[in-house]
Design a protein. Structure first.
Lengths: 112, 398, 398, 398, 112, 112
């Protein structure tokens, strides 16, 4: 099994969710993070203009069984982009084992 | 008591209650404009200066200010004021004194020792504020005799607080990370909704602050009171509008926190002249106050490099002085624009300078002594972790 | 001024101050019932319509409304009102005007251009609202002559705001994601605690709104004022109770935001008749208002598919009209239930329709022109990211 | 109506409006001092007890309290009170009744069934509170005849609420996880900024609560009113100061939530004697109240193991009883310290015990019946997930 | 070393913490996330009833040395379940290296 | 590629960020977590003194290409420590693949 961790623009979340829904990936967890990267955002606070690279982003963690990996990546890459700097990153890593707490099942059955 | 006298007393009590509520406004503005890790400390400071002000002004401050004059300089102090026919005035003056003290709190937020603040606040309420107040409002003070006009306290309350705040902010020094390599960094407040609510509560309370300073509503005072309400409201509106426009021009976008400060700037600026100028005069004073406050915040932050998280020095100090001077320009009776010449303006300037010097000097002495004894500032670790963690062993948000 | 006249003036000033505070209530309700990413924009809109209302109404609006009548249709405008004996009325009317303008803000929250809103708010305050207000409250307006009763402004203030809000919400269109495939989606407000505080502040301010509209308290007015306070409070309580019960039946659980809206609905509904009905009448009017508001919010959201995040159209438009009509039913003097026949009811209906049509038509014209020129709506990106980010380059929560 | 009578009526109405606003204060304190997952439920409870109080007191409660006496024990009830010359008193008493009911809410926050609370609140407002109120305030009640002094309701309002709260908290039982292995655990409130704002709003409203209880302001009452404002303010300030110091000594740091409770304790304690003691007396009463409340919260939490999330029992019950007794000590006319002997103190003790017993007993009966029928407490799952989720199917923060 | 990432009901957190405490796993980090999965929750907002799969959950990240892996998983599976849909998932992955910042220690010594 | 997950004191964040900046690691994501570990913090709430191991921390997730791994770890270890219990932990794991959403690039090019 693989874990996909993906950092996207908050404003793209609904589209990504919809895209995942299309391919029936209806199981993941997400939370809001601050991202530091190439994108810069201009702010003014009480007369101090500053440009910050600390930008609000959404972090999705999705564990999928191996056959699902490519289509999931594909769905995300297609739905999360705007073409402008700051669209985010997608990281894939390996998961050794998965358990579903409710049933104590293990392995691919437990994924969704 | 006869009905007209009752009316006057009732008005003073009601206005005092409105001014009391300004404490909530100050607390919310200060909490909202600073970081969450110090919110509990800010609550404590604001509640405590209200408590200490209430107790201290009754215990001695009121008579230092309004007691029989000693050389037009200070009132003869009596302990534990207890004149049953004057309790409404004691109340109204108490909430004014608490206002002067609380202004300082905002300028030194996020880095000052709690005990030090408490001591300073006490001295502010029973010594610094009532003595200069005596000069103007007791009736026989030396500034009164010169003809100085400060109807509701642009100088007597706000500037005193503002200049003391400036001295305090300089002595305490900037928050860690505020200036790096000579550059000013933004440290955004954590909840501007609370800040906005605070400003609206202050605006509300200001109707009591200014219109209550008529100290009467019966007879001829009635129309005066209504006029004051209008000048106060117009100046606040103009101040916010001007600050929004100036910030829009300077920074490309209408800035929320500057606009809020602009309303306060208009209110502080009109306080001295609210009973002396026309609605149009008030409108212009508000515009000036709201414009100046943006530039002043910028200047103090970036040029003077004094760290004032809520803009207390600019709002209360600078606009308080400015508003007092503008009485000399816009007063329908005696103002420069109304053919009164520069004499009133001159007197106003003397008052502004004298009281400013007094507030700055005494605040300096007190804070300098505190610095050399118990210290002004928390340790670096305490500041970084937040005052709530170390000064109060608790957190306000859980 | 003689004591009774002072009492009246004082009452108007105090009530004006209470009504002023409603601005804080409106701000909190709108902020709380919408998403956090637009909170700064909402603060700016609410503060600015207060500022623009205060300045605009003084500069010209007040005389458009209360100036010498021109054909029972509009007052003769004078610039920069400056009658020192009438400042209390200017103040009271100013805060009313600001209320009418602010209602629109809630219905178009989260997607409207800031500049557009500012311009619309100005026209609302100096043209739309004062003209129809003239018809009813100036004393010689054509609706007054017909015998139309709208004591404190269910129609004159609230419906005007509510119908303008409806037109605005239609023209601006729903927020992105509000309707998908013809289905209405929930977009929960981000902080109902602020919303609840806002509602309680509005309820508080409403005592000034209604009881101040007696414009006097001396002599016979005293008992009338006390009666208004009771009818106002009972209608609010009944409104919240009814809304809670209706939501409980319809959705299986007592709904927090509907209950809060119910209190406001009861308040809006009683505003026209607060001085004309008995406590029992007020109780029933409140029950009706609170029940209708739930159904109306449902209907406007799901059937009309108009996106009104805070329910302004239902609360102010629908319940304002309803409350005005119910005067014809419950007025102890002339109401249907008290043997007065349908004549009052008929007149009330004329007034409701005439003013509704006026508000909707003028709002449409203004907004249509704005749409064709500078545009009503922010871009998609700006809306998705939040107005704070793009319209103000800042965030309120940090 | 003659000017002096108008003044009195106006004062009662204004004070009633201030007391009304205390509902917002209670809501914020309760929300802030508890966890976020129950905030919507707390809003509903507080809004509903205001609604039910407003309706119930008008429908019947007011005459139960103030109707012609039946054996000095209860008033003769009349339905739907409608005396147009007495509406100001109905209003003032209504907001008092709502206060008594709302006190209970805080002590049982986070675990009580909504329906149960609503029913209890209704019985509190129309039976429990008005009957004991009759004994003291109707003029012919048996405690009045004994000479019992409770000017604004330390016992009549606050203790009644406080003891009912104690019984309710015991019967409902502690929140899950509050006591483990006999040890009391801290369950920190989720937003003390809201709590602090609530306390300042309560302090504000208390000026209406106490000074309005003079029920007049004309003639001799004027100075009395001003005196009450001062005693109220001094006791609050002293209460907060004392609580801060005691908490500092006991826990090593000045505690924010205890300091806030201290202000309320001072206010509750002075309520009975606000018109009977000198400013110095009020100061001392405040100090005692503020000190006792810290010890009492500790004792109830750790020794009695009764879970009272906001400290309602200590603040309202204990300090209410204490303040009533202290009238016997500090009353300038008849107090122990002023040479009046122990007779007043004895009468005060009778009143405190009698009303305490009444409140506790009736609350017990009502809650016991509710427990055996619909139940007092939500299920374990509902409590853990939060009442908002299950009782209202929604969340206040999104 | 292994990393256990587990997503649980917020209401089960205290029990899970206690269970970990029993086996002396007193070191982990947690935060609140929104979870999308099989469970649905009914909500009403202003008359719109909707059922959402976006449910508040708590995310725990626990790094343990290999011998601890099984008992930790066991403790969590036992304490986090209610048997109803939505109990959550447990993911195991491999950690290459661990450092304790304070002491700069590496490896198993650094874990707790 | 490697993923560095590091849990630090919130008060050390600015220094760590600066240290990463020095070595040109200007890309990472962070969020606030509660950490359970050896450190204890004394609190008082309404008279109940309690000492808690649940302490606010900041969690950084940084994906770097292999050559950057050591200097990044080094920079963090140097800047995040105070020497007192509670400085936090650093975990290294392996990332199988990285994508940049904007350009759909894969691999080391996508990292920053
Ligand atoms: N190496 C990394 N490790 C962790 N998060 C990263 C890394 N690189 C980028 N991110 C996250 O991705 C977000 C977008 O990256 P950014 O460099 O701004 O845009 P782009 O990917 O379009 O060049 C950042 O804000 C950050 O949250
Ligand atoms: N594949 C996954 N990747 C990441 N998180 C998941 C995944 N599957 C489930 N979750 C998380 O676990 C939670 C519970 O899962 P759910 O499917 O609702 O219940 P159950 O595990 O009982 O079938 C979800 O809300 C989500 O946070
Ligand atoms: N094994 C672990 N898994 C996940 N997080 C951990 C682990 N050990 C420690 N942490 C995190 O590191 C923080 C600091 O650890 P702590 O044990 O208090 O100090 P130290 O590392 O100095 O001994 C903890 O609060 C927790 O967030």
């Amino acid at each position: 099994m693989k874990k996909i961790e993906v950092i996207i623009r908050k404003s793209k979340f609904d589209e990504v969710k919809e895209a995942l829904h299309q391919i029936e990936v209806n199981f993941f967890s997400y939370w809001d993070v601050t991202g530091v990267g190439n994108e810069k955002q201009g702010h003014v606070y009480r007369g101090v203009s500053y440009s910050t690279t600390d930008i609000q982003r959404r972090f999705l963690s999705i564990v999928v069984s191996d056959p699902f990996l490519d289509i999931t990546i594909d769905a995300i890459l297609k739905s999360a982009g705007t073409g402008m700097v700051g669209d985010g990153k997608l990281f894939v890593s390996t998961i050794d084992e998965v358990y579903r707490i409710r049933t104590k099942e293990k392995g691919t059955d437990a994924v969704n | 008591m006869e009905a007209n006298a009752v009316l006057d007393l009732m008005w003073i009590v009601i206005c005092g209650i409105l001014v009391f509520f300004m404490q909530a406004g100050f607390t919310l503005v200060e909490v909202g404009f600073t970081r969450s890790k110090n919110a509990g400390n800010i609550i404590m400071k604001n509640v405590m200066d209200l408590c200490i002000g209430s107790i201290g002004f009754w215990a001695i401050g009121y008579t230092v200010m309004y007691g029989e004059t000693i050389g037009s300089f200070i009132g003869k102090p009596t302990l534990f004021y207890d004149n049953v026919e004057d309790m409404h005035n004691l109340f109204f003056q108490t909430v004014f004194a608490a206002t002067a003290a609380t202004i300082v709190s905002g300028a030194i937020a996020g880095r000052t020792k709690f005990t030090t603040y408490i001591i300073f606040s006490f001295i502010m309420t029973v010594v610094i504020y009532p003595i200069s107040g005596h000069w103007v409002w007791q009736g026989e003070g030396w500034l009164t005799e010169l003809g100085f006009v400060d109807f509701a306290g642009s100088t007597v309350v706000h500037s005193v607080g503002g200049w003391a705040a400036l001295v305090a902010a300089i002595l305490v020094g900037p928050r860690l990370g505020k200036y790096t390599n000579g550059k000013s960094n933004a440290i955004p407040g954590h909840n501007l909704v609370l800040g906005a609510l605070g400003v609206l509560i202050l605006w509300l309370g200001w109707f009591g602050f200014n219109a209550g300073s008529e100290l009467a509503i019966s007879g001829d005072s009635a129309n005066a009171v209504a006029g004051i309400v209008i000048t106060t409201n117009l100046a606040a509106a103009a101040g916010a509008l001007a600050a929004m426009c100036v910030s829009w021009i300077r920074y490309g976008k209408p800035d929320v926190s500057m606009t809020l400060n602009g309303a306060l700037a208009g209110l502080v600026a009109i306080t001295a002249g609210c009973a002396a100028v026309s609605p149009a005069g008030a409108f212009v004073i508000g515009l000036i106050g709201g414009s100046v406050v943006v530039l002043s915040i910028d200047f103090i932050d970036k040029k003077l490099k004094v760290d004032d998280p809520v803009g207390a020095v600019s709002v209360h100090g600078v606009c308080g002085a400015l508003g007092t001077l503008l009485v000399g320009v816009f007063a329908t009776d005696g103002g420069l624009l109304y053919g009164g010449g520069v004499s009133l303006l001159g007197v106003q300037a003397i008052g502004v300078v004298a009281i400013g010097a007094w507030a700055a000097a005494t605040a300096f002495v007190v804070l300098f002594i505190l610095k050399k004894t118990i210290g002004l500032r928390v340790s670096k670790v305490e500041e970084v972790d937040g005052l709530d963690e170390h000064e109060h062993k608790s957190s306000v948000y859980n």
